[in-house]
Design a protein around this ligand. Structure first.
Ligand SMILES: Nc1ncnc2c1ncn2[C@@H]1O[C@H](COP(=O)(O)OP(=O)(O)OP(=O)(O)O)[C@@H](O)[C@H]1O
Ligand SMILES: [Mg+2]
Length: 500
């Protein structure tokens, strides 16, 4: 029997009266991957915070290598060999990749002269070990989210971690990167590393994990060997109900063209000569590998980084989109992938976040109508199953997945005619995911034109009427529903189109 690396016993934690964790026990052994699953708001990240010293439990004990720790904090967690990789990477944006990793290498020898050249070499070596080509000299600020995630892992390995805690590490990775990433976890496991693994992608659990703990409403509802539990059972345990997990694509009569872009280029962010259109009622999937320019395209259309040539037409009329305000005025909405950057305002209430972009609907004679704001917010909280004790609580107090839903609610509240959704179900639990898919289908039925960026093949293939595939900043092909197979899509994503 392998050694126990970490044991959390009867942990309880409340936030302002909300029981985030209620008597939860959890343990991690050497050379194992222990998955932690549960719906949005179930308490996963809170348990992680307690294991990493970022939050203190109200009751219960935590033991690392059989020793109960007291006065526990993040510094102590690190020195005991615990490394955490969060939903959002936490790197220094203005330092290079090598510097970020080097900072984690033997951090204690402050008085010794640091050989930065040598550290830089070590950092490069670590990155290579992970099997990803990232130039160690690049500034972290210029990296994509998945690249930053990879730097985080290199950092953890460099710091000689024995326990790796990963909170939705693959949310922003493409399928190919996930394969590599899993190989890496396998290698680390063989070297004795214990890994706590949180993911909403249940198919990953059976591939990577040895045991799985299911949390629901802050309580442990099951602890199983992965070999002895199937996907359906996991979902039932998480949701406490039956969930329909096949994405239903409802046939919708398509209307006129809602948005058309012609030869759109944006040199600043690598977008080249993009032409595509989407009709009322249509869901246009935008596929491609991470880094292919899908988000950059969305940011160009939405005016966050305006185009330098080409045309944008909304309902056949040319519009000049030089800012997000202009985009909104033209009827274009955008739910970004990275909810922290332009998604929700963490300090503001849920209600204010939802009504933010749609002040017209909730105000009368320039006065904010509290009643209307409340109705609007409560409606979306119910429809999207946002788990929140009150709509007046701050968005920052919500779990990651619930923040994502608030970002979506805000745009639905505006009622745009074109909606660009960037990874709309990333970080969303399986139950809510099917609700968001249903909602998208509803919106399409009501005549909305939707562009959906997604890295999940199954989601793209099942939800889209057509799929535009991007490679290296331009469109490598547009597939109809009939043409859209996994193979065709991947070939285009990899840039192997007919022309080369
Ligand atoms: N700082 C906080 N203040 C108030 N409530 C909080 C705070 N942090 C977490 N909570 C609440 O605790 C509960 C558990 O949240 P947690 O972030 O642990 O969920 P999660 O399982 O990680 O969900 P997700 O899958 O959405 O990331 C939620 O109801 C959340 O609103
Ligand atoms: Mg979480």
């Amino acid at each position: 029997m392998s050694r126990t690396l970490l044991k959390a016993d009867s942990i309880t934690k409340s936030f302002a009266g909300v029981h985030a964790l209620n008597n939860v026990s959890f343990d991690l052994r050497e050379s194992e991957v222990h998955a932690l699953v549960g719906e949005n708001g179930a308490g996963k990240s809170t348990l992680v915070k307690i294991m990493t010293g970022a939050a203190q439990a109200d009751a219960g004990t935590l033991a690392i290598s059989d020793r109960i720790v007291t006065h526990y904090d993040p510094g102590m967690a690190r020195s005991l060999g615990i490394a955490a990789i969060y939903q959002q990477p936490s790197l220094f944006p203005h330092l290079s990749v090598a510097e970020n990793i080097a900072l984690a290498l033997e951090g204690r020898s402050v008085w010794r002269k640091i050989d930065w050249r040598d550290r830089s070499r070590q950092a490069a070596h670590l990155i290579e070990r992970i099997g990803v080509a990232i130039d160690p000299e690049r500034l972290v600020a210029t990296l994509t989210m998945p690249e930053q995630q990879i730097v985080e892992i290199a950092k953890a390995i460099g710091a000689n971690a024995k326990i790796l805690i990963m909170d939705e590490p693959t949310a922003t990775l493409s399928e190919r990167e996930i394969d590599r990433f899993f190989n890496l976890i396998g290698v680390l496991r063989d070297q004795g590393m214990g890994t706590v693994y949180i993911s909403h992608r249940l198919e990953e659990i059976s591939v990577i994990a040895d045991r799985v703990t299911v949390l629901k409403d802050g309580k442990t509802v099951a602890l199983r060997n992965v070999a002895e539990v199937n996907r359906e059972e996991l979902i039932r345990l998480m949701a406490g109900r039956e969930v329909n997990t096949v994405f239903p694509k409802r046939p919708v009569r398509l209307g006129k063209t809602a948005l058309e872009v012609r030869g759109l280029s944006n040199h600043a962010n690598g977008i080249r000569e993009i032409s595509l259109s989407v009709r009322c009622g249509e869901i246009l999937g935008l596929a491609g590998l991470v880094g292919s320019g899908r988000t950059q395209f969305a940011e160009t259309v939405f005016g966050l980084s305006p185009a330098d040539s080409g045309e944008i037409l909304v309902h056949g009329r040319p519009v000049r989109i030089t800012s997000p305000a202009k985009a909104i005025e033209s009827g274009i909405g955008y739910v970004p992938e990275d909810r922290r950057r332009h998604g929700v305002i963490l300090q503001m209430s849920i209600a204010a976040n939802i009504s933010l972009a749609n002040l017209k609907a909730v105000s009368r004679w320039a006065l904010l109508d509290g009643q209307k704001e409340r109705e609007l917010a409560q409606g979306y909280v119910n429809e999207l199953r946002i788990k929140a004790p009150s709509i007046y609580g701050t968005a920052g107090s919500l779990s990651g997945g619930n923040q994502q839903k608030v970002a979506l609610a805000r745009w639905l509240a505006i009622g745009p005619s074109v909606l660009i959704l960037d990874e709309p179900t990333q970080g969303i639990d399986v139950g809510s995911k099917s609700e968001i898919h249903d909602l998208m289908a509803d919106l399409a039925e009501r005549g909305l034109a939707i562009i959906m960026i997604s890295s999940e093949l199954l989601e793209i293939l099942s939800m889209s009427d057509r799929i535009a595939v991007m490679h290296d900043g331009s469109i490598s092909g547009i597939l109809s529903r009939q043409e859209a197979t996994q193979e065709n899509l991947l070939a285009l994503a990899l840039g192997r189109d007919r022309c080369n």
